[in-house]
Ligand binder design. Structure first.
Ligand SMILES: Cc1ncc(COP(=O)(O)O)c(C=O)c1O
Length: 443
């Protein structure tokens, strides 16, 4: 495996961004620096370390699946995201801080070192070398690196503006059945909210449709085919927020985003849900979570026992404290507005500086816009556009990195992912201007 593993593009992109201070990076998925919760974290860490309930446990090893209180709070958080309310009555004697434990749910919650660890462990648990995973076309390039490293095969399902092309999914499943390879198919990986890299959000109808199709082919596969729902950007939803007056409760005026696939009736046993506190809170804290059905929960828990036997307790206590005090929700409301504003700045700069024959997929959340150049204009690492952009100190993610190796189609190489996450508003304007100049010159 060591010999096979190719250098992950993520490391090179991050290294380039960090080692050239004059470079404006619209590439890596870093979050907004200015709003990182420094003050909140200082206060919360002090609270955690002062309390006899949390102080020593925070500095001790913990439980493999995660700290009990954070698992419960995470289960509650997930239910709130799906149902819009906290559905649990408080325990009579436990006061404000402890909602009645949604036992069945928190038992299946696992806390991990970023959701990246959970994605990795899930593939470790499910797949043998040569197995097949379905992915969106395009998809998250670090996920593709895991597949490459573990000797897994990807089959890509076309992506439409509201999620997967269901007819194409059915065709692929039929083809796998016909070729006798369906038994090698283990899961479909879906980034369901403000997808990385395209910004697409999958409608609830499509989630229902995907699960129906997977179920239909399970008998021929001889096992469950899991839906691995990655909701990393779910809480960065901002459409319309930038224009709201500060006094408005932003959350109330925004169109609802679809519930997770967990809400599709009968789906629970075949949905693996992964989420993260990195994007909404802080990537430096790097705590992710997931909800896994049995028998997968137990398998992944054992694997995590071998990886690290538990995520850092201090970080878990910090997040538990942020959730308990409501500071987490307040912070999310704040950054949603901030990202809304930055996305607006990028949208305006794109309209001003990019040539009109570049198609822009504008996101209503997340961190990325997706730009599609004419099909015959390459944007890859070796292309003239990428190299000239780099010379002019602006970096983007070449679209080709986000496409799986799939023998059924040629890899598109005429797109770019541009992020408004970490750059300041000034740098977004300047970066898009530089990129626009390169494009106008070379197109
Ligand atoms: C789609 C997607 N999933 C998962 C992750 C991993 O995030 P983390 O490990 O910080 O939770 C990322 C990070 O950029 C991502 O873009």
């Amino acid at each position: 495996m060591g010999r096979r593993t190719a250098p992950p593009p993520i490391s090179w992109l991050m290294q380039t961004a960090l080692s050239r201070p004059q470079l404006i990076s619209l590439a890596a998925g870093f979050t907004d620096n200015a709003t990182l919760p420094v003050e909140i974290s200082r206060k919360l860490l002090s609270r955690v370390l002062r309390s006899p309930r949390t102080g020593r446990p925070a500095l001790q090893y913990g439980i493999t699946a995660g700290e009990t209180n954070l698992r419960r709070l995470t289960a509650q958080h997930l239910q709130k995201l799906d149902l819009g309310v906290t559905p649990y009555r408080r325990h009579k004697n436990q006061g404000q801080r402890h909602a009645a434990p949604p036992t069945h749910l928190s038992d299946r919650v696992m806390i991990t070192g970023g959701s990246q660890q959970l994605l990795y462990m899930t593939l470790e648990a499910l797949c043998d070398e040569g197995d097949i995973v379905l992915v969106e076309d395009p998809t998250y390039f670090v996920f593709l690196s895991i597949l490459q490293s573990r000797g897994l095969r990807a089959r890509s399902v076309r992506l439409e503006r509201d999620g997967l092309d269901l007819a194409h999914l059915e065709t692929i499943l039929q083809r796998l059945k016909k070729s006798g390879e369906l038994r090698r198919l283990k899961a479909l990986y879906l980034i369901s909210y403000f997808q990385n890299p395209t910004g697409v959000t999958t409608s609830f109808e499509k989630k229902r449709g995907v699960l129906k199709l997977l179920k239909k082919f399970e008998r021929a596969a001889g096992h469950l085919i899991y839906l691995l729902e990655d909701a990393a950007y779910r809480e960065l939803s901002f459409s319309g927020r930038a224009d709201l007056p500060a006094s408005q409760d932003a959350r109330q005026r925004v169109p609802a985003i679809p519930p997770s696939a967990l809400m599709v009736p009968g789906a629970a046993e075949r949905v693996i849900y992964t989420g993260t506190y990195s994007k909404p809170y802080a990537p430096g804290v790097r705590v992710g979570f997931g909800l896994l059905p049995e028998p997968l929960f137990t398998a992944v828990q054992r694997i995590k026992g071998n990886h690290d036997f538990g995520t850092a307790n201090l970080l878990q206590q910090l997040l538990a404290s942020a959730l308990e005090t409501g500071l987490y929700d307040r912070h999310v409301a704040k950054i949603e507005k901030r990202y809304g504003q930055k996305a607006l700045v990028m949208k305006r700069a794109l309209a001003k500086h990019f040539p009109p024959n570049v198609e822009i997929w504008e996101a209503g959340g997340g961190l990325y816009f997706w730009a599609r150049l004419p099909k015959n204009v390459p944007t890859g690492v070796k292309s003239k556009i990428f190299q000239t952009a780099l010379k002019n100190d602006v970096l983007y993610v070449p679209g080709e990195l986000c496409y799986a190796d799939d023998p059924a189609r040629k890899k598109p190489d005429h797109e770019m992912r541009i992020s408004f996450g970490s750059a300041s508003e000034k740098n977004i304007r300047e970066g898009i201007k530089r990129l626009g100049l390169v494009l106008r010159k070379l197109l």
